[in-house]
Design a protein around this ligand. Structure first.
Ligand code: BEZ
Length: 233
């Protein structure tokens, strides 16, 4: 990539970071005006972008998000979509989607808001415009906690539809890690063993070794890596 192109990219890409406050914005959506993140205080939000309305992969993703909406709501989580398209385009596309049947998803109702980011202000603030296109957002997924802090960011290219089992796993994992003060191992799924935070002093190491003698609850691989059975609470 030449320097000129890099300079253009540098100017347009502004990546929010995990652990920082989600950039605030006001937007027009298919469910009316939105003030973000204030409208969602006390709730988790999955803010996601797609490249364009009336495109094949995006349509399968929207059908899937719509079919899983209630599952996310059950986890105190709102969905918010975004693309660089007009409100009229969004309204037409959502109408069309609600007539489709695919992969066991029958005529899904899209009940979550879709931002019409026609001026690209939100896309730029969230690093959704990357090297693939100057006018189409990548497939970004931001997991934002009830205090408005970004906890996880996923980016996918236009050609690859997202894995929704992974999106749900990430959300449940973030909520679990926060609620129980634990960490989660590779390929963790709900119900699997969690990781107890490692000891930070030699006294804590001794206490951890004692604790782990209860093998009905703990599995210690080494002093810094102790698994705990998930009690499901
Ligand atoms: C799609 O959703 O199918 C798509 C969107 C933009 C570029 C390529 C594919």
């Amino acid at each position: 990539m030449n320097q000129e192109r890099l300079d253009v990219l540098q100017e347009k890409v502004n990546f929010p970071l995990i652990g920082t406050r989600a950039p605030e914005f006001e937007a027009v959506t298919t469910k009316g005006p939105m003030h973000f993140p204030n409208d969602f205080e006390g709730k988790w939000v999955i803010l996601f972008s797609h490249p364009a309305d009336f495109t094949p992969v995006c349509t399968t993703e929207f059908m899937t998000f719509a079919s899983m909406h209630d599952e996310f709501l059950a986890h105190n989580t709102e969905l918010v979509g975004l693309s660089i398209d007009s409100l009229h385009s969004h309204l037409g596309w959502l109408e069309a989607i609600e007539n489709y049947t695919w992969d066991g998803i029958e005529k899904p109702k899209v009940k979550f808001p879709l931002i019409a980011d026609i001026r690209m202000e939100v896309a730029k603030a969230y690093g959704m415009l990357q090297g693939e296109s100057d006018t189409h957002a990548v497939r970004a997924v931001f997991f934002i906690d009830p205090q408005g802090i970004i906890k996880t960011i996923l980016y996918y290219p236009a050609s690859l539809g997202r894995n929704f089992a992974e999106i749900k796993r990430v959300l449940i994992g973030l909520q679990k890690a926060e609620k129980d003060g634990v960490a989660l191992p590779a390929n963790w799924e709900p119900g699997k063993d969690v990781i107890v935070p490692p000891p930070t002093t030699r006294e804590e190491v001794e206490q951890r070794v004692e604790l782990a003698k209860d093998t009905s609850k703990y599995n210690m691989l080494d002093w810094f890596l102790t698994f705990k059975k998930d009690d499901g609470k």
